[in-house]
Design a protein around this ligand. Structure first.
Ligand code: GBH
Length: 493
């Protein structure tokens, strides 16, 4: 059977629009929406906030396609009540947001915490709870205090572990009586590879790309593990919460039945997930990484191995897209990180046509079956841990010429969510312990290097008219889905 047919058959059972419904998920399954501080808050120099590496990075010419920044972003700092009201109206039970480290410790050093910053998150958390929405707080979503970068090299310096621990503990003690789900770090892979290897994300380093990504990853892992051990020792029992790490992973499907392609696809997954999960579940980096990278990959001491052992209560998965992976002695992709993987990422079927419909971002193709495969992979390889899908979604291109009512009717996004959710429910039925799902994103926001040119929101933000919020069709689809009035009818027929 041709590869393409195989997937179409697999799909046909559950992709027919409307065949996913709330009742396909366990009753206690959590549905939420996600954002991150720098992408939505704005108020970059208000409330005693110190600068972060993204404030600085955005000032470098050519780094952000539209020359923009997050100074105002979508102003959630001032509009959090309006946004929380919207989350509640749409029927979501949880909000995943991130805390801006430099609002809590303006220089990151952990000597004096900033009362106004703590007050802001107290207000946000209290208002969420008042509206019946569970807070899921991420401690680090890429916005390192600038001073920690300048004074000591940020994630390249092992000292960062100590400062992260102080920051994390301050958050547990300030908010943990109400926040029951913590995420230490969002996508350490992206910080390592794009922040310290390719330089397309803050802090924009690419000078030493064969060494720095691996150091930055190493220190993020140790920072994560240290925060978890503090939480487990001093807070977890008393506060009754859970703590995890969020990883991003494109599904890697072998491009053919050839052994070399299967090996390449397997190693592609090791370079994304194994890099972080193997130290936690198996005590060291994946063998294939050791083999390809040699001494460039740092070593863990016995004590660190002990610290890392099982240091997650759940695995958070950010998943958007998939690729076919073929073996390539010389990787066509630039840079050390991809070279080491000896593979090519392919978006076309062997007989022509794309793996899925392309979204606005160059990297994002709609491939619903990929999420089921990656969930099953995590379940099988890492002892069936509790998993939360902490991000999933797609973007539309900003288009000033397009009338707003057209932008609001985001048909492809509705299909995306239906089909990806159907696959998540299949993974659960197959035994993966998926506990929750967060759509990215609550609303259009600052999309990092893409600035405001890409829109991932369920809610449209009118940048030209006072940042007003307008729910898109996908938001209304979720409202019906969460009420249980979506999908049931067609299923009974
Ligand atoms: C997530 O990362 C982030 O957590 C979130 O903040 C962000 O808004 C969301 O994605 C949407 O992008 O192809 O060289 O341009 C997902 C992982 C990392 C995937 C960066 C796309 C683009 C690199 N993403 N990558 S490139």
């Amino acid at each position: 059977m041709a590869k393409k047919e195989m997937f179409e058959d697999g799909d046909a059972s559950n992709v027919d629009a409307g065949t996913v419904s709330r009742s396909d998920f366990p009753p206690d399954f959590v549905f939420g929406v996600a954002t991150s501080a720098y992408q939505v808050e704005g108020a970059s120099s208000e409330g005693g906030r110190g600068p972060s590496i993204w404030d600085t990075f955005c000032r470098n010419k050519g780094k952000i396609v539209d020359g923009s920044h997050g100074d105002i972003a979508v102003d959630q700092y001032h509009r959090y009540k309006e946004d929380v009201d919207l989350i509640a109206k749409l029927g979501f039970q949880a909000y995943r947001f991130s805390i801006s480290w430099s609002r809590i410790f303006p220089d990151g050093l952990g000597t004096n915490s900033n009362t106004e910053g703590i007050t802001y998150y107290n207000n946000l958390i209290n208002y969420l709870l008042e509206k019946g929405i569970q807070p899921y707080a991420t401690l680090y979503h890429w916005d390192l205090p600038q001073y920690l970068h300048e004074s000591m090299g940020g994630w390249l310096n092992k000292q960062i572990v100590k400062y992260f621990a102080i920051y994390a503990e301050t958050c547990f003690s300030s908010f943990g009586d109400r926040v029951k789900s913590w995420i230490t770090i969002n996508e350490p892979l992206q910080t390592a590879v794009n922040g310290y290897g390719y330089g397309i994300f803050a802090p924009g380093r690419s000078e030493n790309s064969s060494i720095e990504p691996y150091l930055a990853a190493h220190h993020q892992l140790l920072a994560h593990a240290t925060a978890v051990s503090i939480y487990r020792k001093n807070y977890k029992e008393k506060q009754g919460g859970q703590i995890g790490l969020v990883l991003d992973c494109e599904w890697a499907e072998a491009n053919s039945e050839k052994n070399e392609d299967k090996v390449a696809a397997a190693s592609r997954l090791e370079f994304q997930l194994g890099w972080y999960l193997n130290p936690i579940y198996y005590g060291d980096y994946p063998e294939v990484m050791r083999k390809e990278l040699g001494d460039r990959l740092p070593k863990f001491s016995d004590e660190e191995i002990e610290l890392l052992r099982n240091c997650v209560d759940f695995v958070g998965l950010n998943h958007y897209t998939s690729r076919f992976i073929a073996y390539a002695e010389e990787s066509p992709e630039e840079g050390d990180f991809y070279k080491a993987q000896r593979m090519a990422r392919i978006v076309e079927w062997e007989g022509g046509g794309f793996i899925g419909e392309k979204a606005a971002s160059e990297w994002l193709f709609v491939v619903p079956w990929g999420i089921r495969k990656v969930l099953n992979y995590i379940a099988q390889r890492y002892h069936n841990p509790p998993i939360y899908v902490t991000e999933n979604g797609m973007d539309d291109e900003e288009n000033e010429m397009c009338p707003i009512h057209e932008m609001l009717d985001d048909k492809l996004r509705v299909i995306y969510f239906k089909r990806y959710l159907a696959e998540v429910s299949q993974a659960i039925k197959g035994g993966a312990d998926v506990r929750g799902y967060f759509a990215w994103s609550l609303l259009d926001n600052f999309e990092w290097a893409q600035g405001y040119t890409k829109r991932f929101g369920l809610i449209y933000v009118d940048y030209k008219n006072g940042l007003s919020r307008h729910p898109k069709s996908s938001a209304y689809w979720f409202l019906r889905f969460l009420k249980g009035s979506e999908g049931e009818h067609s299923k009974k027929e």
